[in-house]
Design a protein around this ligand. Structure first.
Ligand SMILES: Nc1ncnc2c1ncn2[C@@H]1O[C@H](COP(=O)(O)OP(=O)(O)O)[C@@H](O)[C@H]1O
Ligand SMILES: Cc1cn([C@H]2C[C@H](O)[C@@H](COP(=O)(O)OP(=O)(O)O)O2)c(=O)[nH]c1=O
Length: 210
């Protein structure tokens, strides 16, 4: 049976990585083949591009350069890892995908959502997830969660001003409205178990409905 492709989005610290890890265990226990991955990165070439993008020293990076680098990493990740895994029958859980570019580069950086969508159409050829879960949270709360968890490296994007992160949230909420047939919004400010229960409901509805 063909697999499916789900992406998980949200401001930094919303809980995407936490939820994907819990979901992977839950789905495996139910007998599903599951593969989780992340962007930027996921495969060797995309991880190399990630290190260029997120390097805190690369303060001179132009906005369009950044958007093109994310799209290049996405293309390699999609063709080399995501599509083969879906074709092999896996449920693919991806921590960030095209919506991150539309929001961070298109909306928050002001490059234009449709302009960044066009770059990404060249990268993904219309291969969108069948379900995207957007974890909505006040960016201040998300960044506080990251600060509390010292292990996680603070990257170039984290160092953006708080107003940038508020634009990110605004961009996601607009995107969730525009692509309401694909994007499900979950209140990520709730305790972990409540957020996970809502996540499982949305994912199982999609799996059972395919
Ligand atoms: N619902 C939640 N309530 C409180 N803390 C959370 C919640 N979800 C995640 N966290 C914690 O917040 C931090 C960031 O979570 P993470 O999953 O890495 O976020 P993201 O991947 O969206 O940046 C981690 O320390 C995690 O344990
Ligand atoms: C995939 C993607 C990520 N990003 C940003 C979001 C994050 O700030 C950063 C990814 O770093 P990461 O450490 O993965 O942060 P998070 O845990 O919040 O996902 O890159 C974009 O700006 N555009 C993109 O297309």
């Amino acid at each position: 049976m063909k697999g499916c492709f789900f992406s998980f989005e949200g401001p930094d610290g919303a809980g995407k990585t936490t939820m994907i890890a819990k979901l992977e265990t839950f789905l495996r226990e139910k007998g599903f083949a599951v593969l989780s991955t992340r962007e930027p990165g996921g495969v060797r070439i995309a991880e190399a591009i990630r290190s260029i993008i997120l390097n805190p020293d690369h303060t001179e990076m132009d906005g369009r350069t950044e958007a093109l680098l994310y799209a290049a990493a996405r293309r390699q990740h999609l063709l080399e890892k995501i599509i083969p895994a879906v074709e092999a029958g896996n449920i693919v859980l991806c921590d960030r995908f095209v919506d991150s570019s539309l929001v961070y580069q298109g909306f928050a950086r002001g490059l234009g959502v449709d302009e960044v969508l066009q770059i990404n159409q060249f990268a993904i050829d219309g291969y969108f997830p069948s379900l995207t879960i957007y974890f909505d949270i006040d960016p201040k709360m998300g960044l506080e969660r990251i600060q509390k968890n010292k292990q996680r490296e603070i990257n170039r994007l984290d160092m953006e001003s708080l107003s940038f992160h508020y634009k990110v949230r605004e961009g996601y909420l607009k995107l969730a409205e525009r692509f309401s047939e694909r994007i499900v919004t979950i209140d990520a400010s709730k305790p972990v178990d409540e957020v996970f229960a809502m996540t499982v409901t949305a994912v199982m509805k999609q799996i059972e409905g395919r």
